[in-house]
Design a protein around this ligand. Sequence first.
Ligand code: URA
Length: 287
Amino acid sequence: MNVTEATDFPPSLLEIVLFYAEAGVDEAIGEQPVDRTQAPPPREAVRQPANPAPAAAPATAGQSAQRQAMPPRQAASVTPALLSASEVEGAARRAAKACQTIPELEAAIRAFEGCGLKATATNTVIARGNPQAPLMIIGEAPGRDEDAQGLPFVGESGQLLDRMLKAIGRDEQNTYISNILFWRPPGNRDPSTEEILACKPFIERLIELAQPKVIACAGKHAAATLLGTTQGITRTRGRWHEYQREGINIPAMPLLHPAYLLRQPGVKREAWHDMLELAAKLEQLGL
Ligand code: URA
């Protein structure tokens, strides 16, 4: 039913719900309506300590097993609304840098309070697949299915991605899959610069710890964030770039996002070309 065709007034509850769903409002994020024209009450700032916490005493064998899943102490909470984007990014960078293993980093991401998206997300979505894989695919942000299941690329676009990977002999055993954002933007809106900056140190550290040999960035936000591309994805896709950071140089390919392919099946030919490029690069590297 299209609510614009409705003639009765006032509209029924169903018509109102459909109106909002058509407008992309598909999540209820609070029990009570909030009047956003009113200034928020003053809140006490929770600031990141300027200096990192002192190093902990050496761990016993039992303690170090437990620490595997605990974020290091620098991952203290921050209140994003009260800090500038660069302060939040700095807090994220300190928290990420303190992590020496992927489980530690995962725990630090889950404990991080610097990205406002966390407040409306059901789950923190970090990665799936094999962290030791030679190929790492990095997308944009969890969608509704990913938010519900806590895993990246498990919805319709993820299933298409899996089929594309399978066509070049890749699966969860030899591919590692993540996103530049770890929480779903409400209604799948584009992420803001602040949200991207808050998460960027974590995805950079994940790349550092996973050490993939080839990276594919799915969509313009992933390519712009990690490769610094400034043109649209239809221009940058299909050509090799470099992921460069602190002595790391990894060949990286921007890809059309699978969600875009679902909407524009006419560009599957370009997408197939890019998958073949990925396969050729991996083969050339003996991977
Ligand atoms: N789109 C993305 O970019 N990432 C996901 O995990 C799902 C959809």
